[in-house]
Design a binder for this molecule. Structure first.
Ligand SMILES: *[C@@H]1O[C@H](CO)[C@@H](O)[C@H](O)[C@H]1NC(C)=O
Ligand SMILES: *[C@@H]1O[C@H](CO)[C@@H](O)[C@H](O)[C@H]1NC(C)=O
Ligand SMILES: *[C@@H]1O[C@H](CO)[C@@H](O)[C@H](O)[C@H]1NC(C)=O
Length: 363
């Protein structure tokens, strides 16, 4: 799509170089610095390069997180398997140490996952912010149309710009919603994982697990279901929603940027050639011209509502532009408290496991 856009721009610029001297269009003037600047902007690609860069970074961070979390439950079973211990006949200090190492690795995994979730939170935030900024920059491009136009055209342009600005506001509002949901969810995952890893570290460093085979086995058996529960509780379905909504926003925003770019080219084109009645028809019905764009953000809004609120908030909110606060989604933050009982881990440990530690300290 990008490539096609480029070809179109170049072709357009080429045609205009040939045609322009015959036109004698007074709005463009002679071959002046102003003309040069116009030619430059016609040829340029309007979508900021940054938009594609941050989108790629965010996409890579998303993949990192997905890859890291994908096989967690299987790895948990594999890493903390205790059947191997029982098969070791001349069980020794070395295999004990290996098992202890697995325990450290489990806490490392939760720390790493928290970090990677944090990286995705950062990169996706950048992406969402830059998306809003890029839409705004495209809008400013459109405003570069020379102001010396006939009154009627000026009025039409004013109307057209107003529609664009309205579109930009709506688009930004949806992006803000998605951004807030994403950040809340990722923050709660980060908090839960870090807190859980901290507890594991604290136990390994301070509780003095007896290095006897049945104690290590029992502690591993304890950690397996706990870790699986914490993992499920923290990620739940909300993380999938974050990924899905991110992918949908990527698609929509790319489409929107190209559509805005197309509108800039068309508008510039129309003012180069003059002859407004024919070439600038779209100016006469700005609302119609932006309908396709409003439809695509409405689709995004509906998708987001269905994913996050079971469609409770209808997309009719669009274009109504009320200032009423959108319901705060606080469930993201609640997860943090719900995933682990207050007096974890003692509350969950059997007496025999408690006896496996030499010095139990409150975390
Ligand atoms: C399992 O072990 C591998 C290799 O030691 C480690 O990279 C991974 O983080 C561990 N995963 C879990 C969930 O403990
Ligand atoms: C977006 O634009 C605002 C205002 O121009 C600026 O302050 C902010 O740093 C920009 N954000 C990004 C991520 O580029
Ligand atoms: C390991 O320690 C526990 C608790 O002190 C004890 O009950 C158990 O008999 C020990 N097992 C072995 C194999 O030493």
């Amino acid at each position: 799509m990008n490539l096609c856009g480029t070809n179109f721009t170049l072709t357009l610029a080429f045609i205009m170089i040939i045609v322009r001297p015959l036109e004698g269009n007074e709005h463009v003037g002679k071959l002046s610095p102003k003309f040069e600047r116009w030619m430059h902007s016609i040829r340029g690609e309007y979508i900021p390069l940054e938009f594609f860069n941050v989108m790629n970074s965010a996409d890579l961070s998303k993949q990192d997180l997905q890859n890291l979390l994908r096989n967690f439950l299987e790895n948990l079973q594999k890493n903390l398997t205790t059947s191997a211990i029982l098969n070791v006949i001349d069980y020794n200090h070395q295999s004990n140490r290996n098992q202890i190492r697995k325990l450290w690795e489990l806490s490392d995994f939760f720390y790493l996952s928290a970090d990677v979730a944090n990286a995705f939170a950062h990169d996706s935030q950048m992406y969402y912010e830059v998306t809003k900024n890029s839409s705004y920059k495209l809008l400013l491009h459109l405003r570069q149309i020379p102001s010396a136009q006939p009154t009627l055209v000026k009025m039409l342009l004013t109307n057209y710009f107003a529609e664009m600005e309205f579109f930009h506001i709506m688009f930004s509002e949806i992006i803000d919603e998605v951004l807030e949901y994403t950040q809340n969810t990722l923050l709660s995952i980060q908090n839960t994982f870090t807190y859980y890893a901290d507890i594991q570290r604290f136990i390994l460093e301070n509780w003095n697990l007896k290095s006897n085979i049945s104690c290590i086995k029992e502690y591993m058996e304890f950690l397996k279901p706990c870790s699986a529960k914490v993992f499920r509780c923290a990620t739940d379905t909300k993380l999938d929603v974050v990924f899905d909504v991110f992918a949908m926003t990527e698609l929509t925003s790319k489409y929107i940027m190209h559509q805005l770019e197309f509108r800039i080219q068309r508008l510039f084109n129309c003012f180069y050639f003059g002859n407004y009645e024919i070439r600038c028809k779209f100016l006469q019905n700005a609302e119609h011209d932006f309908e396709i764009l409003f439809n695509s953000i409405e689709d995004l809004e509906i998708y987001y509502d269905i994913k996050t609120k079971n469609g409770r908030v209808s997309a009719l909110r669009l274009r109504r532009h009320s200032n009423s606060n959108i319901e705060e989604d606080t469930t993201g933050l609640r997860v943090y408290n719900n995933c682990l009982p207050r007096d974890f881990p003692q509350s969950e440990m059997s007496n025999s496991l408690i006896n496996c530690f030499n010095t139990i300290q409150k975390y």
